[in-house]
Every structure is written in C-alpha cells, then in structure tokens.
Design a protein around this ligand. Structure first.
Ligand code: ADP
Ligand code: MG
Length: 433
C-alpha cells in the first residue's frame, strides 16, 4: 500500500520533484502498522524536504487509498548521514528548489526582456553590490521566475546559501514558527542566507503580520549587504495593500520590467524549447505557433508536449496541418466566446486607433482599413449574421458587409503579405481572448 501511495503521489506533483525525492523513498512494509507508515529516505536532504512538503499529502493519500489514518514517518536509511553539517544542508536545500534548466543560457533575449535580463545578469555577477534589491515585474509567463532562478543557480554554483521562496511559503514558515515557538530558528534561517529570492511578492498585499516580519528580514539582509531579488506581477507602486515603507524599499535598488515578447523573441524561445525537449519542427510551424501564442510563454511548453505526444501516439510527423489540428480545439474554445467588441478593440489596438473610430462613420484611409479588417475577422470568428454585422459597424445593410468581405478576400488572394498579416491578427485575437 505504501508503494501505491507513492505512485499516486506521482500524478500530483511535477516529474522533476518526483524523480528527485519521492522516487528515492522506500516504504517499510514490515515495521509499518495500521496507524504508522514508515518510509526511508537516502539522505537528510530528502528527509527534510519530504517532511516539510509531503507528509500531509502522503497521509491523506493513505486515507483515500486504504481508509487508514496513519501517522507518516520519514526516516534516514543510514543514521550516520544525519551528521552532515547544518550549513551544507541549507545550501542543498536551496538548490533543490531551483530548476536547473532555468539558466541564462536557456533564456532568449529580445527587446521585451532585455532590460530585466541585463539587470539580473549583472546582479548575478556582483551580488549585493549594485542593485539591491532588484525588483522584476511583468505579466504571467513572461520569464520572471526563470530569470530569478538563473541568478540563483549562478550563486549556488559559487557556494552561496540561496533561499528561493514564495510569499506563501514564507508565510507558512512564519506561522509554523509562531505556533511551535521556533521564531528564532526562522529568523536565523532567513537572515543567515547570502541571497534571498522571493517570487510573486504581490501576494504580500493586505497581509499585515507577515509584512512586518518581512520588513525586518529585509532590513537585516540589506544591512548585511546580502542580495535580495523580488518578482511581482506589477510595479511596486501598483501593488495595493502594501505598507508604505515596504513599497519604498522595493524601489531602493532597481525596478525592471518584462514586456510580452515580440514575434522574433517568441520564435527564438520556441526554437530553444524544441532544442531542449528534442522536438523537431519546421520553420513554418514554429512561426505558426509564435503567432498563435500571444504572450504567455508558458503555453509554448504545453503546446510542444501536446504536439510531441500526439505525433508519437499516432505515429505521424508533425506538419503544419497536423499542428493546426492539434491546436484547433484550443483555439476553437476561445473562438466561440469572442465578441465583436473584443475583436474591434484588439484590431484597434493593433492598428493604433480608437475602437470607437472603427464603428464611426470616419472615412480616413486607416479607419476604413481597420473597419474592413474588423468586419472580416468578426465574420470569420463569430457567429454573427451579416445584418448583425451591418448594424454593429453602422453599415447600410448586409450587402455592404458582403461587399467588404469580398474585398478583403480578393486582397488575401493577391497579396501574400496581407494574408499573413490577417492570419497573424486572427491568431492573436483568438489566443488573447
Ligand atoms: P513568470 O514567472 O513570469 O510567470 P516563468 O519564468 O515561469 O514566467 O516562465 C514561464 C515559462 O516560459 C518557463 O518555462 C520559462 O522557461 C519560459 N520562458 C519565459 N521567457 C523565456 C525566454 N525569454 N527564454 C526562454 N524561456 C522563457
Ligand atoms: Mg513566476
């Protein structure tokens, strides 16, 4: 049963974590009883880590699988290993939480992330000396965690004690320490490190108690010249519910933003991910995927593994048709929820005019162009009828609409660049909404 529990745990955690920790656990069938489950781990590192992170889950799984309410005990296989010094455990503990493939080498640089990249890179070359703290902010999936961990990995290799943590983890640690009366150990842990990396700091918002503790941790580290790096989804000024003194400290060093990647950067990232994951895609497919994905780079990995899995499963090569098919569901779902408002808004944004202008009677060249493009895309991507389109865009009647659509179709036939432009825009719209 213990082995089964471990196997079901496999489905709930990342493969990396499973391989690193859970795989090395051994269930002791003989010594375990109906209320005690004993597992052996090969070293103190794994013991600590699993104790902190997984005992609750394991005992929960026991209950689910066997109806037994057990206490989970994780023990060292060889007690001698326990002697390893506290410091070395801490170093390793830090390292285990950093993803080793989040390196500077694997990070593709373009205009959108150049500034953040340069900032993190120089911090990684001179910890605590230049930008302290360094504050990286930007939208979801733009590479903040990747960059932060890339610096962390460099520090680790230099033998520094690195703590990478989330606000949630910090908070859990803190409340546990209060409960168990081990605040001193908590403070020692966070103040003894050389580098503190805290991800998604926006979650500090409106949590007063932890902000106070956090403030003191910050002051202590900064005072000692220890490097601190933060990430957040917004600029520190824009994070509501944050003490003023914290807000101001976040801006003490350097605040760097990451913007959504431009097409070339997306292409470079996809190519890199293909290389890492050993997936072969033609240039055409890479370009297609790059236009489908708007900004969240995280989607790329999902798409690549989906493509790879499907092609293996069906034993066919990945070509453009196949790619489109695999991604269709994803796009189609979005397609049905698209409104004409969204489309005009996005077209307007893309062409740098106001959405209201598209629906106005304006006759200037770029407005007419934007209107035609919007009508065409609405026709393609929504269920609206021609009369509905006419009404929405303030055209005389449905013949005006069909006239417009014919014009665009002709253009698409004649002009390859225009065709690509429209496809790109449609892909963008479907992936954005
Ligand atoms: P965030 O923390 O900003 O939400 P992540 O750092 O988790 O984003 O990035 C999401 C995924 O995208 C990760 O797999 C990361 O490796 C990848 N990624 C993001 N930007 C880049 C880039 N410029 N080059 C290579 N991979 C990237
Ligand atoms: Mg992140």
């Amino acid at each position: 049963i213990g082995q089964k529990v471990l196997e079901s745990l496999k489905e709930e955690i990342s493969e990396l974590e499973y391989k690193r920790y859970i795989k090395h656990l051994h269930y002791d069938e003989k010594k375990s009883t109906s209320d005690l489950a004993i597992f052996y781990a090969p070293n103190a590192l794994v013991v600590n880590w699993i104790k902190n992170k997984y005992t609750e889950k394991i005992s929960h799984l026991f209950e689910v699988k066997s109806d037994l309410k057990v206490k989970v005990q994780i023990t060292l296989k060889n007690k001698i290993e326990k002697k390893s010094s506290k410091k070395s455990i801490e170093v390793k503990k830090g390292s285990t939480l950093l993803n080793p493939s989040h390196s500077f080498n694997n990070f593709m640089v373009g205009g959108s992330n150049q500034f953040a990249y340069a900032a993190v890179k120089s911090v990684s070359e001179s910890a605590g000396k230049i930008y302290n703290p360094l504050f990286i902010y930007g939208g979801v999936g733009l590479g903040k965690t990747h960059l932060m961990q890339a610096a962390g990995n460099v520090f680790l290799q230099e033998g520094k004690i690195v703590i990478y943590t989330s606000v949630e983890q910090f908070l859990n640690d803190f409340t546990r320490s209060i409960r168990n009366n081990t605040m001193e150990r908590f403070r020692e842990k966070y103040r003894k490190c050389d580098v503190l990396l805290i991800d998604d700091i926006q979650f500090l918002s409106n949590k007063e108690g932890i902000q106070e503790e956090f403030f003191h941790t910050f002051e202590a580290l900064k005072g000692d010249g220890k490097q601190i790096i933060f990430t957040a989804d917004k600029h520190p000024k824009k994070i509501a519910g944050l003490e003023a003194r914290l807000q101001s400290r976040f801006e003490w060093g350097l605040v760097a933003d990451i913007q959504p990647p431009e097409l070339e950067t997306k292409i470079a990232i996809i190519e890199k991910k293909c290389e890492i994951n050993k997936v072969k895609l033609s240039k055409e497919i890479v370009n297609y995927i790059a236009t489908v994905i708007e900004s969240n780079v995280r989607e790329i990995e999902g798409i690549l593994s989906k493509l790879h899995a499907y092609s293996q499963l069906m034993n066919i090569d990945i070509d453009l048709e196949f790619t489109k098919n695999v991604l269709k569901d994803q796009l189609h779902e979005k397609r049905t929820n698209l409104s004409m408002d969204t489309i005009t808004e996005l077209v307007a944004k893309d062409l740098n005019i106001k959405p209201s202008e598209i629906r106005s009677k304006g006759r200037s060249k770029n407005i007419v162009y934007a209107r035609r493009v919007s009508i065409y895309i609405c026709r393609e991507l929504t269920q609206n009828t021609m009369p509905q389109l006419a009404k929405y865009f303030g055209m005389k009647d449905h013949t005006a609409i069909s006239h417009t659509i014919k014009k665009i179709n002709d253009l698409i036939q004649d002009d390859e660049d225009f065709k690509v432009k429209i496809e790109e825009l449609s892909n963008k719209i479907t992936s954005l909404s």
